[in-house]
Write a protein that binds this ligand. Structure first.
Ligand SMILES: C[S@@+](CC[C@H](N)C(=O)[O-])C[C@H]1O[C@@H](n2cnc3c(N)ncnc32)[C@H](O)[C@@H]1O
Length: 248
């Protein structure tokens, strides 16, 4: 073989290379022509301090994951027995403190968003806020009704007070907040417990790194108070008041 000259390929290899080239070109063409069926994630531009977790390929996959834990019979047994009093007591203290700060009243019509078996609703009732109810994907009557917090099953301006410690489970944080603002009466109070300094559980759909994204999402409300709390792994309480003036 002369130096610099390519080795002579065996007769059979040439059609094989041609076949390989044509197949790859065809596959590349098909790939480029195929519309991408990716699940459209929350389209709003959040600040970098709020990140939607990857891996939820469809809304059904998201719901299935949430239900996986909430429907677990053994856990439901524990939540409704061994855990019950301890959680109701802690929630009662949080709500009592809100009452003392004139943010919650016995006459308030209250909603707990993502209330699971309803310990937080029981706590509200225990401290005298009798017109209280929760929503969750799985109902637990009479304390918790069935409802998706991305599309609350209530008319606009229904509640004086809404509480939630499940912001991290929202796949669409703008809808989660939009629904709270829609169903709150003008002047109504929303209290969120969120985790800022540690990552929430493996069922979370988003991660929050500061209160800034929350403040941006609550477009019809003002911040009343941000404080540290110790609430079942959640470290920050953020209180919003929906504007009284509808045009604001
Ligand atoms: C961490 S648990 C919190 C339960 C309760 N707030 C507590 O502290 O005991 C999260 C709850 O959010 C509910 N959840 C998740 N996604 C939801 C959705 N899209 N709509 C309503 N509830 C949802 C789950 O079913 C689960 O009960």
């Amino acid at each position: 073989m002369i130096p610099g000259e390519l080795p002579k390929l065996p007769f059979i290899v040439k059609p094989f290379i041609l076949y390989l080239f044509l197949s790859l070109s065809f596959l590349a063409f098909i790939y480029l022509q195929t519309p991408r069926h990716t699940f459209k994630k929350d389209p709003t531009n959040h600040s970098p301090d709020l990140k939607i977790r990857p891996g939820y390929s469809s809304y059904d996959v998201y719901i299935e994951r949430q239900l996986n834990k909430t429907l677990n019979p053994k856990l439901r047994q524990i939540w409704t027995t061994r855990d019950w009093n301890r959680k109701v007591e802690v929630f009662s203290r949080f709500f009592d403190s809100l009452k003392q700060r004139k943010l919650l009243f016995n006459g308030s019509k209250a909603l707990c968003v993502g209330a699971r078996v309803g310990q937080e609703v029981a706590a509200l009732k225990r401290i005298g806020v009798n017109d209280s109810v929760g929503i969750d994907l799985v109902p637990y009557p009479p304390l918790v009704l069935k409802g998706d917090f991305h599309h609350q099953p209530f008319d606009a301006e229904t509640f004086d007070f809404e509480f939630s410690n499940v912001f991290d489970h929202a796949l669409y944080p703008d809808k989660f907040v939009g629904e709270i603002e829609r169903t709150l009466k003008p002047g109504g109070i929303c209290v969120l417990h969120v985790a800022l300094s540690r990552r929430a559980d493996k069922y979370s759909a988003n991660d929050l790194y500061s209160v800034k994204p929350l403040i941006e999402l609550f477009k019809q409300s003002e911040v009343v108070k941000v404080r540290n709390v110790d609430g079942f792994g959640l470290d920050t309480e953020v209180v919003f008041r929906k504007n009284k003036n509808r045009n604001k």
